[in-house]
Design a protein around this ligand. Structure first.
Ligand SMILES: *Cc1c(COP(=O)(O)O)cnc(C)c1O
Length: 494
């Protein structure tokens, strides 16, 4: 006699495969999209982390509950107090209001559960990944033997690219390590922390990361030239120069043609961190931002940023696909069946991950549904909206923009009257952001730029319009006036 609990459970598995069960969860997502896109309701939750801890503080369920009950909890306890990235007033981090067709395709990816590590585990999706990577490598102009893989994001993409650069600089590194005098990585001061993290993780140590100062929010190319000359003079080898196409803080693009000239003259590996901005390649009007990208030896590019895919979808591209094999120079013959001379479809030897989700499917679906030109139009839409915010700020006395936006990121400040000293002004920016976000009216970020606390907006939702941004500025100014009045009377606590 089988355990009756097991029989019941097996029946439940059957029931949960039905279209009705699927619709239960699909309805939650569809309702969320419908309710949020109109811009009604709060953008985030007023609850504190402690409130939410209390909500989920219960023993692990030993027995299951009806599917409808579980779905209701997801709706009421998860969705209700999540950040609504679909809300047009969410203009915070670089995380998208995801393209709906891509969202719906996710469930197919999970249902299939084909791991793209090896062809035998994923006969269609490993091939699809190679094809999609080929499209993007061609778009970037990386040449006929280029390759790459989908990654969990820009951090893994840059890590992978720099591992390949490390193997090029130290061919026996996989066996013997980096040695006492490892080569250095040269990058801009505004570089994403993915670079320092990679240097730490691959054993180079942070002292092997040389930061070049910024000029006007981008890498100062004269300072780069001097740094490379000094390194050459002192006999230190350079493993890679990392340029940024779309910096995290301000969305600025480094001068790729000049940086590529400096690298070519010394035969240095140029890695471009285009996690945020490489998508400019699809834009009908802004491709100039990434001129020179075709000269990179490796490129990080996140479709989950400006191609508006749901997390996670990153990508690493390299000029010569074979360097990915050398980045992970490890043998696993029971898995990888490359017959000598022939290109293997197996992705495992080219990536850090083993089992790997087929995140390529949502990218392929988004391209099929909206087209590369459609995604390019959306890129421009996000940038145009950001430009309109910049102009709106310039037209007001109570705000100051910190830079003209290159893409969809803008840093600015609220200017209280009467003026506050810089320490109080910085403190005010932090509090203003907290208060505004907690109000539910909108959601922005803050960062430190050239030593000053500033407000920061990233437009990742094509539904965000100029009217929404007027309301953002009015809302911030209203909160700002209240805070400034209290700040001019009180001392700012340390
Ligand atoms: C977002 C970002 C990263 C990190 O990418 P993840 O996908 O978050 O891992 C790296 N570099 C830049 C410039 C970024 O904007």
């Amino acid at each position: 006699m089988p355990d009756p609990r097991l029989s019941a459970l097996l029946d439940e598995l059957e029931d949960d495969m039905s279209p009705e069960a699927a619709a239960t969860f699909a309805a939650i997502a569809a309702d969320y999209l419908r309710e949020t896109r109109t811009g009604e309701g709060p953008v985030s939750t007023p609850l504190s982390a402690a409130d939410i801890v209390a909500r989920f503080d219960e023993p692990m369920p030993r027995t299951g509950h009806p599917l409808g009950e579980v779905a209701e909890r997801v709706r009421k306890e998860i969705v209700a107090d999540s950040n609504r990235l679909y809300h047009p007033m969410y203009v915070g981090h670089q995380v998208s209001a995801p393209l709906p067709a891509a969202v719906w395709s996710e469930v197919v990816t999970s249902a299939l559960n084909n791991s793209v590590a090896v062809w035998e585990m994923s006969p269609t999706l490993t091939v699809l990944e190679t094809q999609v990577v080929r499209w993007f490598a061609d778009l970037a102009g990386l040449g006929p033997v280029a390759g790459g893989t989908i990654t969990s994001g820009g951090t893994e993409a840059t890590f992978t690219a720099l591992l390949a650069a490390r193997s090029a600089a130290i061919p026996d590194v996989w066996t013997n390590g980096v040695g006492a005098e490892p080569p250095v990585i040269v990058c801009g001061e505004h570089t994403h922390y993915a670079v320092a993290r990679a240097a730490g993780a691959m054993g180079l140590g942070l002292r092997s990361v040389i930061q070049v100062p910024s000029l006007d929010k981008r890498m100062d190319v004269s300072a780069l030239a001097r740094a490379l000359e000094e390194l050459e003079g002192s006999g230190r080898r350079v493993m890679a120069v990392v340029a940024t196409a779309g910096s995290t803080a301000t969305g600025s693009f480094d001068d790729l043609p000049t940086i590529a000239d400096l690298c070519d003259a010394r035969d240095i590996w140029l890695h471009v961190d285009g996690a945020h901005g490489a998508s400019a390649l699809l834009s009908p009007t802004r491709q100039g931002l990434v001129r020179g990208l075709d000269r990179a030896r490796s490129l990080a590019w996140d479709p989950h940023k400006m191609l508006l895919l749901p997390l996670a979808a990153g990508m690493v591209l390299v000029r010569d696909e074979r360097v990915l094999g050398t980045a992970f120079a490890q043998q696993a013959p029971y898995l990888f069946h490359a017959t000598s001379g022939e290109r293997s479809w197996d992705m495992g030897p080219r990536t850090f991950q083993c089992s790997r989700r087929a995140d390529v499917l949502k990218l392929w679906v988004a391209l099929q549904r909206y087209g590369a030109d459609g995604l390019g139009l959306l890129f421009d839409r996000l940038c145009d909206t950001t430009l309109a915010l910049y102009e709106a700020i310039n037209a007001r006395p109570d705000f100051e923009a910190m830079h003209a936006p290159d893409c969809n990121i803008l840093c600015f400040r609220y200017l209280p009257t009467p003026e506050l000293d810089s320490a109080r002004q910085d403190e005010l920016m932090k509090r203003l952001r907290e208060r505004y976000n907690r109000s539910g009216a909108g959601w922005i970020t803050t960062t430190v730029l050239e030593g000053r606390q500033v407000l920061r907006v990233t437009i990742m939702n094509p539904r965000t319009s100029n009217e929404h941004l007027q309301s953002l500025l009015d809302g911030l100014a209203a909160e700002g006036r209240v805070l400034a009045a209290s700040h001019s009377h009180q001392d700012i606590p340390a």
